[in-house]
Design a binder for this molecule. Structure first.
Ligand code: ADP
Length: 173
């Protein structure tokens, strides 16, 4: 796959200077561990206040908040599926997370967006399978929506970075 609007990088998503970052949240939207905890810490306590007013989020759906003390203007909170062996709609739900997060960008004129590797931490989704779904969904959306300038996949570890790069190189356009 070759699309100059997709950047795969290693880093801390809370530092990204983009219009919006995506949070791999849980259904309460009230914060948790992993990237969710890091985003809440970096954004500050006002984020939790706004999240409290949203009434949670179902798996596969996405909700928008402000970014508060983050460099990013907005946060798109999405809830990935917990991996239960692959026969419980996990692939479809993960694809929906990407699709619904991307859909929110249209209403807010978000043109630069950063994703973490949704569901592949505490939720246990196999990394290679997850990153293929992520790349597929993003590529399909970019092909339909020329308003998006840049999508970043922000990998926390070098291992994740390598997997994303491999998947990106071997996927057909
Ligand atoms: P989930 O519950 O959806 O699996 P996790 O937060 O446990 O979410 O993990 C998702 C991914 O986010 C993992 O690859 C983890 O290493 C990564 N991650 C954790 N902190 C950060 C961060 N500050 N920036 C980017 N990615 C992060």
């Amino acid at each position: 796959m070759n699309d100059p609007r997709i950047t795969i990088m290693q880093g801390d998503i809370t530092k990204m200077e983009v219009d919006a970052i995506v949070n791999a949240a849980n259904q309460t939207l009230l914060g948790g561990g992993g990237v969710d905890g890091a985003i809440h810490r970096a954004a500050g306590p006002e984020l939790k206040e706004e999240c409290r007013s949203l009434g949670g989020c179902k798996t596969g759906e996405a909700k928008l908040t402000r970014g508060y003390q983050l460099p990013a203007r907005y946060i798109i909170h999405t809830v990935g599926p917990i991996w239960k062996g692959g026969q419980h709609n996990e692939d479809q739900l993960l694809a929906q997370c990407y699709r619904n997060s991307l859909k929110i960008t249209l209403a807010k004129k978000i043109s630069t967006l950063a994703f973490p590797s949704i569901s592949t931490g505490a939720y246990g989704f196999p990394l290679e399978r997850a990153c293929r779904i992520a790349l597929q969904e993003v590529k399909a959306f970019l092909d339909q929506n020329p308003g998006i300038k840049q999508i970043y996949f922000v990998c926390f570890s070098e291992k994740d970075l390598k997997k994303y790069q491999e998947a990106f190189q071997t996927m057909s356009a």
